[in-house]
Design a protein around this ligand. Structure first.
Ligand code: FAD
Ligand code: DHB
Length: 394
């Protein structure tokens, strides 16, 4: 088999890239190690920046996100028992975010790909990337007991944090930066109405909590737990009790409990791999970087990486220019590090750190007090939360 771009991984990054390339008339095949049901079963992010919505539109798959996604013009910060609204829309001169689950984004992209009859190989085993340092890269994999080879011009490594692409990059060219946090998020998805119509980010002496949603009848909640904690240690009733303990009296009174559709613990980490290009192989999304989820940036960064890569590959094929592919890694990394900074800062501000004690809590409360009362500080939070433009600072 031969294609122009071999995409490894059918998560949001790989699927979005496939759809954008298709719109530009560039042929791509996606190789995914899991089944379609497994890919759709993963419950992850929920907040889309305008930049991501625009890319979904450009890929021709934005209709359902516009129709069913919930536009959010503000978020609330809860600290010292009181909620304070950050008016994202007013502070940014008209920007907002859209609450629309990653599962739905993935479903829309999978449906569009199937409707166009584009090739995705699911359940591919032992995927390997070869010869990307030269002009003729190859991908090999096993399926149904046979070895297959895919020849291509470029490889797009959209295979997530544990994927094969970054692991195949020459060690002497790869530099990684990492911070692991001493806590994770215990998340619950439940068919209960949200406590409030906007997201609540809570800093409490018991630790961080987040009230989010997927619709008017489906809620997504998280509480900070030690990174040594195990999901077996929690029942859903204990979760509801702990969440209630971290909310203000009004939100607690509004909290409707019910059985969990999904309940899991995700560790928090910051991670960046540089560069994001190795010859004719590019990394995009979680394959190249991880942010702690507090700023809701993981999925959005995957989308913007893909946006830069799509532009670069389109320039290469239609204008015969290598300028885009030569500058793509630097452009991605500039945006990545801005989102890494924001996610690290918001995580540091909102979570309880075991080592900083009561002094740390007081400092956080003072910063939050400044944040909600200073327009300059509120604007800084708001413009980062809604997402900086793709060409910010250029
Ligand atoms: P992925 O979604 O990881 O997709 C990679 C794909 O590659 C997968 O389908 C995988 O099966 C496939 N793959 C892996 N290895 C191979 C291989 N060797 N060969 C072929 N295919 C391979 N972000 C937020 O903003 N908010 C959140 O609340 C949030 N929660 C999260 C919870 C969890 C448990 C995780 C893991 C992430 C969460 N994120 C969250 C981050 C967000 O979901 C990711 O940033 C986003 O999924 C990145 O998309 P991606 O396509 O780059 O990677
Ligand atoms: C969700 C996840 C986040 O990390 C976040 O900051 C906001 C919302 C969510 O899953 O809905």
């Amino acid at each position: 088999m031969r294609t122009q771009v071999a995409i490894i991984g059918a998560g949001p990054a790989g699927l979005l890239l496939g759809q954008l390339l298709y719109k530009s008339g560039i042929d791509a095949v996606i190789i995914e190690q899991r089944s379609p049901d497994y890919v759709l079963g993963r419950i992850r992010a929920g907040v889309l920046e305008q930049v991501s919505m625009d890319l979904l539109d450009q890929a021709g798959v934005g209709a359902r996100a516009h129709a069913e996604g919930l536009p959010h013009d503000g978020i609330e910060l809860l600290f010292k028992g009181q909620r304070h609204r950050i008016d994202l829309h007013e502070l940014t001169g008209g920007s907002r975010v859209t609450v629309y689950g990653q599962t739905e984004v993935t479903r829309d992209l999978m449906d569009a790909r199937a409707a166009e009859g584009l090739t995705t190989v699911y359940d591919a085993q032992n995927v390997q990337v070869h010869d990307f340092e030269g002009q003729s890269p190859r991908v090999t994999y096993q399926k149904d007991g046979q070895t297959h080879e895919l020849a291509c011009d470029f490889i797009a490594g959209c295979d997530g944090y544990h994927g094969v692409c970054r692991a195949s990059a020459p060690a002497d060219l790869l530099k990684t930066y990492e911070r692991v946090y001493p806590f994770g998020w215990l998340g619950v998805l439940a068919d209960v109405p949200p406590v409030s119509h906007e997201l609540i980010y809570a800093n409490t002496e018991r630790g961080f909590a987040l009230c989010s949603m997927r619709s008017a009848t489906r809620s997504r909640y998280y509480v900070q737990v030690p990174n040594t904690d195990k999901i077996e240690n929690w029942t859903i009733d204990q979760f509801w009790a702990e969440l209630g303990n971290r909310l203000d009296p009004e939100a607690r009174a509004n909290l409707v409990t019910g059985p969990a559709l999904e309940m899991s613990i995700a560790p928090l980490r910051s991670f960046v791999a540089e560069p994001m290009r190795f010859g004719r192989m590019f990394l995009a999304g979680d394959a190249a970087h991880i942010v702690p989820p507090t700023g809701a940036k993981g999925l959005n960064l995957a989308a913007s990486d893909v946006g830069y890569l799509w532009t670069a590959l389109t320039e290469f094929y239609t204008e015969k220019s290598a300028v885009g592919i030569d500058t793509c890694s630097d452009r991605c990394l500039r945006r990545v590090w801005r989102a890494e900074r924001f996610s690290w800062w918001f995580t540091s501000l909102m979570h309880r750190f075991p080592e900083t004690g009561e002094f740390g809590q007081k400092i956080q409360e003072a910063e939050l007090d400044y944040l909600v009362n200073s327009r300059a500080a509120s604007v800084s939070l708001a413009e980062n939360y809604v997402g900086l433009p793709m060409n910010f600072g250029t």
